[in-house]
Design a protein. Sequence first.
Length: 595
Amino acid sequence: MTNKATTLLLKLKTITVITSILVFILCYSRISQAQVFKSIDSTELRLSYNSKTTVLDSGKLQTEFHEKWINYMDENNTWKEIDPVFVKTDKGFEMNEAPFEVLAPLYADETAIFNNNNRYDVFADKIIYDKPLEQTIQALGTAHVKGITETGDLGWGKAQYVVYPNAYPEIQADLIYWVHQGVAPRLRKFIRFNQKLTENTDFQFRVIYSDEVETVNNGKNVTVTLKEVNSKRGNGWANFYIWDSKGGWAEKKSIRYDFEKQMLTSTTDITIDPNEYILTKHIDADYFKTASLPVFTDATSTFYPDANTETTSVDGNSENYSSASWATSHDATSAPVYDNTATANVDVEKPGANWWISRIYLLFYTNSIPDADIIISANLSLWATSVIDGDNDAQGYISIITSNPASNNALITDDYDQVGTVSQANVVDLTEMSTGAYTDWTLNSTGLSNISKNGVSKFGAREGHDVENISNNNGTTSRVDFYMADQSGTLNDPKLVIVHDAPSTPATVDWNSSNVQEITLSASRSLTFTNGKSGGVYHLIVKQDGAGGWAVSWSSGIKWTSGSAPALTTSANSSALIKFVYDGTNYLEGGINQY
């Protein structure tokens, strides 16, 4: 890309009210208006584990936010894209392009290595300098079966993994090591049953840590941290579940497990590592009586000190199906939630006696936008896997709204009513949506003002009947299923793409010249008002030039009816007319019309 001059144009001309005319021109030059992209090094921005930024030829920045880890920091403190693919070497199957490293063994009965060398704390936005914590894992009771790489769908979309076919030959079960790039990357260890168990069976893993650790077992997962050290290092255990091929992960069942330290006794000469633990999973044969093969069970190694939460934002849905009454279902305050599945749905239907109403929550950690930058535009995009437009009426649309769950990284049942009704973007009719592709929503001024440059931007999605509180005809299905962040990889993620720009040199509007003035933007500007008369009424016309895409920021002495500055329309040659009344201290906005 050629270098460009950075002189910018602002044409400030006055509409004559009595006889006065003011013309204020700042000259500029720009190269092609085409939105050409150029990669930008992450060191030019805030460090970000969940976003990637490009530079448009206009000089504006475009940042694409995901709800998951898409980058990891290497030993040189450089952000690199996560690529959780195993490569076979003479040591085993290696994966080293994530916030941790994995060595899956050549044979099922050998040890795997999970090395937590994550260098970035996403909660504190700080680099981690603590030494790595290594975990070796051995699946006990397995045969000497050679591993192979395989690509398939384990329930979260196509992914590559290492499988040891028939590693448990007596019960015809496979052992699988898989780095799942979901909300946070994790090493998942599946046992895949290809025949039904006829008796209760225990499965064990020997686990040894490189340093002495402390463990906390809450009955759902295990948190493992370095002992008596204020460290960011930890290797947790999570996902002690069983599920079958019919219900999938959404209908998983908890299983019993133990995570116990090996005890030394004086009656044995066997040397046991003091940092050795045994993980035992208790699988009940009763589950298999009604299960559809293959059946899976999981034990997952996590790389952050918390075994459950390794990211700053959540997505998922809350679905109420408790009542035959529309009002009861719609106005309920709680409902079951699903926040760790590959898909979630927006839904209004009555398939039986009761109404089903489902709402989606979409939270993005947008902290990497510089505080001073002006947000110009944004698109929120969702990948649909299924669209059912059974009613096809005026309310058959999907609206992007705000959400306010109790936690930023987990949903609870009481979040069902923590969603708004005001559209944050254009609504999209179900007839306009396609499966196997992204649907884009362009955020309006309300939606843009909901973006946080210092934390989490909280959005959601609802179906039109739900938004307008109108039951559809006979409960006909109006539903869309979307991929969520737990879908493997990044190609189908929910994403929020924001165009932002650093503010340019401030410009001053002098109301002594006229009480009606016009500004044509050829760059993003920061405006300050001066010489207003107490009780005076003023009108400002803000126009975009032929390129468009320019934003305006305002001084603190300008107050807005909504409490925050509006995001004006930025399309080429668009206009906005804004009325102000000066009270002697502040300029009070009295109305905005956009054309």
